[in-house]
Design a protein around this ligand. Structure first.
Ligand code: SF4
Length: 375
């Protein structure tokens, strides 16, 4: 008996399942709901323009050319019929990104290459081969406001791992496989190299996503589960669409009970409102209210290894630098080492300093009144 042909799923639809929102999957891929947001239309425009540009550069054998970039812009926009209201935005990102971009023409393998392996279909925006290090590189353009991923986040990204895993099958024989994500709006390239061992579980993840779809088809249940896709999702959604009214001012003392009730619900609501706003900003750009701008900004934190700090203070005889401000470590930072080595806590008990302050907070009745803070 011939083996029945397996359905090929797009990488993006399987990614939606791995993100967890089966409601969105069902709406888009089973019911055919059109979810073409401005963000996705801008992305489609950007991809088409970039594809036209790469094709022109390869045809001429040149790494960059501003006239070709302009011609590619017109060609790409026309090819996908970007709505006129969005053309200035695509042009804005294009003009920012393209002067910095150079194509290593001698390393070009393919652009907009549609591939399929097993039950996964995927399109590679650009494929390069680097003979000097026997490496295949798959590049993917992003045109949205989402801040560039860290290397760790990119290494965990379903798209990156699927592309690298099945890139190995499509273009075998390379020593290493690299996935590069290009955040055009930030002119930032983030790149990771995968070994075969890194990608051991990809086949299983794909199989699990396909099995999840099959199971939902059997049960008819497609739950809405908030996750990464909420950033750009504009569907009517049972999970996140019910936004309650927040009180505009605090009530009087006699209504404290009512206010406390609201605080409990409000704190949870504020958390989810901030999460939703953060996701909206990542997908659509900064939001300004009365001169206050909400945006995802880089935050740099710096930490020093404790042992090095102590050794350096001793080496430099700099203990006096802390005379006015004794150098202490919050007890909360020692929770893990104390748990692993309880004798440490006993040994340090004699030098611990303790102070009690009071702060406004809520606790479940019956819980301890004191809290071990960071001071
Ligand atoms: S908003 Fe989030 S939870 Fe709701 S359908 Fe979209 S992705 Fe799913």
């Amino acid at each position: 008996m011939p083996t029945p042909e397996l359905k090929v799923f797009r990488r993006s639809e399987l990614e939606l399942v791995t993100d967890g929102c089966l409601w969105r999957y069902s709406k888009l891929y089973r019911e055919g709901v059109d979810d073409a947001s401005d963000l996705s239309l801008i992305g489609i425009g950007g991809h088409a323009v970039m594809y036209a540009y790469l094709t022109r550069l390869v045809a001429k054998g040149i790494p960059q050319d501003i006239e070709e970039a302009e011609a590619a812009f017109v060609e790409g926009i026309a090819a996908v019929q970007t709505p006129p209201r969005l053309i200035p935005e695509v042009k804005h990102v294009w003009d920012y990104f393209v002067p910095y971009y150079t194509l290593p023409v001698d390393r070009f393998v393919a652009a907009e290459s549609k591939e399929a392996h097993g039950q996964v279909g995927f399109t590679c925006d650009l494929v390069l081969a680097h003979p000097d290090r026997n490496e295949l590189e798959i590049c993917d353009w992003k045109w949205g406001w989402n801040p560039p991923l860290t290397e760790d986040a990119l290494k965990a990204l379903f798209q990156a791992r699927v592309y690298a895993r099945y890139g190995m099958e499509t273009w075998p024989g390379f020593t290493t496989y690299r996935f590069t994500l290009v955040a055009a709006r930030f002119n930032k390239f983030v790149s990771v190299v995968f070994s075969r061992a890194d990608l051991d579980s990809v086949d299983l993840e794909v199989a699990a996503a396909v099995a999840t779809i099959r199971r939902c088809e059997q049960t008819g249940q497609w739950p809405a589960v908030p996750g990464p896709a909420c950033q750009w999702c504009e569907l009517e959604c049972p999970a996140v669409s019910q936004v309650g009214d927040l009180p505009k001012r605090l009530l009087e003392a006699r209504q404290a009970q009512a206010v406390a009730s609201w605080v409990l619900a409000g704190e949870a609501q504020l958390r989810s409102a901030k999460k939703a706003l953060k996701a909206y900003v990542a997908g659509h750009g900064p939001v300004e209210v009365n001169g206050v701008v909400f945006d995802n900004r880089p935050a740099v934190s710096r930490a020093y290894p404790l042992i090095e700090v102590v050794n350096t203070i001793h080496q430099r005889n700099a203990a006096g630098a802390f005379d006015d401000q004794p150098f202490t470590i919050p007890a909360s930072n020692l929770k893990k080492p104390f748990k692993a080595f309880p004798e440490l806590e006993q040994a340090l008990a004699g030098v611990a300093t303790e102070k009690t302050t009071y702060r406004f907070a809520s606790k479940r009745a019956g819980d301890e009144d004191t809290d071990e803070g960071d001071d």
